[in-house]
Design a protein around this ligand. Structure first.
Ligand SMILES: [Zn+2]
Length: 366
């Protein structure tokens, strides 16, 4: 040990001497051979020993006067459609954080510890509520910074007497179907809540938020009319929805459609063999024209039901995931609703062209 320490030290000294010696401008003539140890050790040892120019302490700089840049309000949301609705009001004047990653099952989503850090930065946390994002709400509450608030859209949109319970959201559990945003007029109310909240907390930009809300309102009202026309073009007997995921409880009554069933049980697991057998019976008896699946909830069960019931078509409907790539013009809440109406019209014998050219872009441009 001592020996190696001595050798190393020697090497370091040699290395230090070498690096300190200015390079000769002419090649030295027949210099005696250097000890063989030095060159092999020097390259690795030298840099740590030689003081670097950057180590020289800098003269202390006078602190620059900060131009007090107005910091943006930090706003956290949960699922993509809600994030997009809030974006249409706040644009780039807020810093918007979506907690539930795209394509994730929002009903079973468990936030990661890193989400606690993100939620702790938020001034406002917008959630759907109605028990959709309980773990996220719990985490937000535990980490909320002083003066921040959690705003629940659902609870501020409909009264308890208007809650819908059904197969996947049974009354016994006390947790209603939370998919209010699938009714565009409820989505508009979400936007209004966002506008009111942002304006109250950021008065300087209140006009901007109000202007965006007005534009969103005009577009949503037009969307509502376009969906109505499209669904009306479906023969009455076909205006029935059997979906895998039970997300049209507030959409269907708005457009005179009937949800005849959902396949996914309240546990969000796969249905049992018995339940599947019953469903197949029901599909045959009611002559269900189509079963609608979902990208977020792919299910092998659907294939089985399709095979055994003869219900010929499975198409994709979405309530959580926005269409297109991020930044694509149709990657919006409105784009998702238009896609769903097109899918229903195509599969159930309606006229998709009544809505296929609808403007699906964001109303906010900055
Ligand atoms: Zn859902």
């Amino acid at each position: 040990m001592n020996k190696s320490f001595t050798l190393t030290l020697t090497a370091l000294i040699l290395a230090a001497c070498n690096s300190a010696t200015p390079a000769p401008t002419t090649a030295p003539v027949a210099k005696p051979a250097q000890p063989t140890l030095a060159p092999t050790v020097a390259p690795t040892s030298a840099p740590t020993v030689a003081p670097k120019p950057t180590d020289v302490p800098k003269p202390t700089e006078a602190p620059k006067p900060t131009a007090t840049p107005k910091t943006k309000m930090v706003v956290a949301t949960t699922v993509e459609p809600l994030t997009n609705i809030v974006y249409n009001i706040g644009g780039n004047r807020i810093e918007l954080i979506g907690i539930v990653p795209p394509g994730t099952d929002s009903h079973t989503f468990e936030p990661a510890p890193s989400d606690a850090v993100r939620l702790a930065r938020a001034d406002v946390v917008f959630v759907n509520g109605l028990f959709l994002e309980e773990p996220t709400v719990k985490l937000a509450k535990a980490n909320l910074k002083k003066g921040a608030e959690i705003v629940q859209f659902g609870e501020n949109t409909i009264k308890q007497q208007d809650w819908v319970f059904d197969f996947s959201f049974p009354k016994d559990d006390g947790k209603p179907n939370p998919h209010l945003w699938m009714n565009p007029l409820y989505a508009l109310r979400y936007a209004e809540i966002a506008k009111d909240t942002l304006s109250r907390r950021d008065v300087d930009n209140a006009d901007f938020y109000a202007q965006n809300y007005a534009a969103f309102k005009t577009r949503i009202e037009a969307l509502d009319v376009a969906i109505k026309k499209t669904i009306d073009s479906i023969p009455a007997a076909n205006r029935r929805l059997l979906t895998y995921h039970d997300s049209f409880a507030y959409f269907a009554p708005r457009y005179d459609m009937k949800v005849i069933g959902a396949i996914q049980p309240s546990s969000f697991s796969e249905p049992t063999a018995k339940e599947v057998a019953q469903l197949i019976q029901q599909i045959k008896a009611e002559k269900v024209p189509a079963i609608f699946g979902s990208e977020v909830f792919p299910s092998k069960i659907l294939e089985q039901i399709k095979k055994e019931s003869g219900a010929q078509i499975i198409e994709t409907l979405s309530d959580d995931a926005l269409p297109g790539e991020e930044n694509a013009p149709n990657h919006t809440y409105i784009g998702m609703m238009v896609d769903d109406a097109i899918t229903m019209a195509k599969v159930l014998g309606g006229k998709p062209e009544l809505i296929s050219t609808f403007d699906v872009t964001n109303v906010v441009t900055k």
